[in-house]
Design a protein around this ligand. Structure first.
Ligand SMILES: C[S@@+](CC[C@H](N)C(=O)[O-])C[C@H]1O[C@@H](n2cnc3c(N)ncnc32)[C@H](O)[C@@H]1O
Length: 348
């Protein structure tokens, strides 16, 4: 996830009123939310259902009160048809909390088209797992990392060995606090998000076929980072996925070797070029992970050859250390800092 300042700075400084913004690897919708903050329309595309559900929740027009009212209604009206069983689930969530989560889950699976439900679903996804807070609870789970879901066996051993028992908490209060924080003021811009594989033709077309994108601001997966979907297995469960880790990497760019990876990115750059204005600009934030020896700059340059885009500037964006990224509440091995680059390109 890149910081909001990255797309926000670019758009504030260079975009003009009426410009359309595209992110073909939108993740949690940082670019889309930045576009919204500056009053621009955007399209975000991602092949992960968790990513698109979170992005969708950043593009709705709804008040905190409407979200809380919808949460009340769902809990009052529904009983859970299915509650996952087993050691992991008993240790991950207090029974009352899991029951509420299942009621929400099933309500959204039946219908999730209103702005209130889309926002509520995003709030619950954000609160599904994370560290215990000293003041008010902010996450539904037992002690967990926020950014990725731990594997069940490991997590259960972690909780058991430390005597960490999941606590009962006021689910509606957690939702209410988050709703106020995130939906206090609704920004002007609008946006759309699409669950699709950006490598495929036509997936990046704007809803209005007479318009073209002036900005493509994006960050593709870094080479070797193939764990987006398995890392999000709990959030994926909440969206209707299986109640166990899903190791498939459906519709994700391939990481088998640098050549194939660059070829996959090239397909996306070509697609983006086909829907962009002649004077469009593309800004790519890209880096590498220390366990992979492939040079990130070589990879990204290679991916842009014959892509319909020409590189104009490459700047170092600093190094993304673990600490800067997100505090790790679990015990994941710290990886070395990695250098990131901002690559600017124009259409050829
Ligand atoms: C580095 S993340 C983007 C993070 C984003 N900038 C943010 O701030 O949240 C890369 C994203 O690319 C998505 N992705 C990978 N392969 C894809 C494909 N073929 N089509 C669409 N999205 C894909 C992943 O699901 C992941 O969300």
């Amino acid at each position: 996830m890149f910081p909001i300042e990255f797309p926000l700075h670019i758009l504030r400084r260079w975009a003009q009123a009426g410009d359309m913004v595209l992110d073909p690897f939108c993740g949690r919708g940082t670019t889309n939310f930045a576009a919204r903050l500056v009053g621009l329309e955007s399209l975000g595309v991602d092949s992960s259902p968790v990513a698109t559900a979170i992005t969708a929740s950043k593009l709705v027009k709804v008040t905190a009160e409407e979200i809380v009212a919808e949460a009340h209604r769902i809990l009052e009206e529904r009983t859970a048809r299915h509650i996952p069983e087993g050691e992991f689930w008993r240790w991950a969530y207090h029974a009352n909390v899991l029951d509420a989560l299942c009621r929400f889950r099933e309500a959204f699976l039946d219908e999730c088209t209103t702005d209130a439900r889309i926002a509520l679903r995003g709030i619950i996804l954000g609160a599904l797992h994370g560290p215990k807070q000293k003041t008010f609870p902010s996450y539904f789970s037992n002690q967990c990392p926020r950014t990725y879901a731990p594997k069940p066996g490991y997590a259960t051993r972690f909780w058991k060995s430390r005597g960490l028992v999941p606590e009962s908490l006021d689910v509606l209060a957690v939702i209410g606090r988050r709703a106020k924080r995130y939906y206090g003021k609704v920004p002007e811009g609008t946006g759309t998000v699409r669950l699709a594989d950006s490598r495929l033709a036509d997936t990046l077309k704007p809803d209005n076929p007479n318009t073209r994108f002036r900005w493509v601001i994006t960050s593709p997966p870094y080479y070797g980072m193939r764990t987006y979907l398995p890392d999000q297995w709990l959030r994926n469960w909440f969206l209707g996925g299986p109640d166990a880790v899903d190791y498939t990497n459906r519709d994700q760019v391939v990481h088998s070797n640098p050549e194939d990876f660059a070829a996959d990115l090239r397909k996306v750059w070509r697609n983006a070029g086909n829907v962009s204005a002649e004077d469009a600009k593309m800004v790519i934030r890209f880096g590498g992970i220390s366990s992979k020896r492939a040079n990130p700059l070589d990879l990204i340059k290679h991916s842009l050859i014959d892509s319909g885009w020409r590189i104009t500037t490459i700047r170092e964006a600093g190094s993304a250390t673990e600490g800067k990224r997100q505090a790790d509440a679990f015990l994941r091995t710290k990886s070395k800092p990695m250098v990131e680059y901002n690559v600017w390109a124009t259409r050829e």
